[in-house]
Design a protein around this ligand. Structure first.
Ligand SMILES: [Zn+2]
Length: 67
């Protein structure tokens, strides 16, 4: 499974990312320190959920009561 670096557009293997940054429940994969800096300085531009991976630790399952 690989993910797109939102800054340079390069595809990165999950285990080979330089840095994974979580913003609002989405993980973004950055390939190098340069992309990380660029990403952190332009969050509004690069933090697009469709480019990242939904963080799995937040799990909300609505419980329906039928009884
Ligand atoms: Zn990059």
């Amino acid at each position: 499974m690989s993910y797109k670096d939102p800054v340079c557009g390069k595809r990165i293997n999950r285990g080979k990312a330089h840095m994974i940054i979580e913003i609002e429940g989405v993980n973004y994969f950055l390939c190098c320190p340069r992309c990380q800096t660029e990403f952190e300085h332009n969050l509004k531009l690069y933090a697009r959920p469709e480019l990242g991976e939904k963080a799995r630790k937040i799990q909300h399952y609505p419980v329906k009561q039928h009884n």
